[in-house]
Write a protein that binds this ligand. Structure first.
Ligand code: FES
Length: 135
C-alpha cells in the first residue's frame, strides 16, 4: 500500500470513528448532516485539483499526500474556475490571474489572508469521497 493510500485509509478510519463513536444522539446527528458522495476515492485521488459538484455548487477538490481538501470552485476576483487551476504547495492557483487560496482553509495567499473562499468538510468512507454540502 502506498503512503497516499495509507493516508486515505486513515481518513476513512477517522470518519468511521465519528460515525460509530459516542452516544446514539451524536451518531444520529452526524448521519443527518448533508454529506454528498462525489465519487470513488481511488479515482479522485489521481488528480491534484479537479472540479466536483455538490448540488449546483462548484467545488475545487484537491488531493495532496493522500489528503483531500475542498474549497469553492469560484475565484473571488472575477469568478475564475479554481478547479482548472494548479496546486502550488497547499494553494490552489486560479488559472485566470493567479490569485491563490489555501486548499484547506480557503484563505488567500500570505499577505491576502483576508480574501477567503468557502471551505467544505471532506471525508472518505467505504472508498467514497463525501463532501458536506454546507460550507
Ligand atoms: S479570476 Fe481568479 S485571479 Fe482573476
Amino acid at each position: 500500500m502506498s503512503a497516499n493510500n495509507k493516508s486515505i485509509q486513515k481518513q476513512c478510519a477517522d470518519h468511521r470513528e465519528i460515525l460509530h463513536a459516542g452516544d446514539e444522539a451524536e451518531t444520529s446527528q452526524v448521519r443527518r448532516e448533508p454529506w454528498i458522495d462525489v465519487g470513488a476515492c481511488n479515482q479522485l485521488a489521481q488528480k491534484t485539483v479537479q472540479q466536483v459538484f455538490v448540488g449546483d455548487t462548484k467545488i475545487a477538490l484537491t488531493c495532496k499526500d493522500g489528503e483531500f481538501g475542498a474549497i469553492s470552485g469560484v475565484c473571488n476576483h472575477f469568478g475564475g474556475p479554481l478547479a482548472e487551476g494548479t496546486l502550488a504547495g497547499d494553494y490552489v492557483v486560479c488559472p485566470w490571474h493567479s490569485w491563490m487560496y489555501h486548499r484547506s482553509t480557503g484563505r488567500g495567499e500570505p499577505g491576502n489572508e483576508h480574501d477567503c473562499v468557502a471551505t467544505y468538510e471532506v471525508c472518505v468512507l467505504d472508498g467514497r469521497v463525501l463532501i458536506r454540502s454546507e460550507p
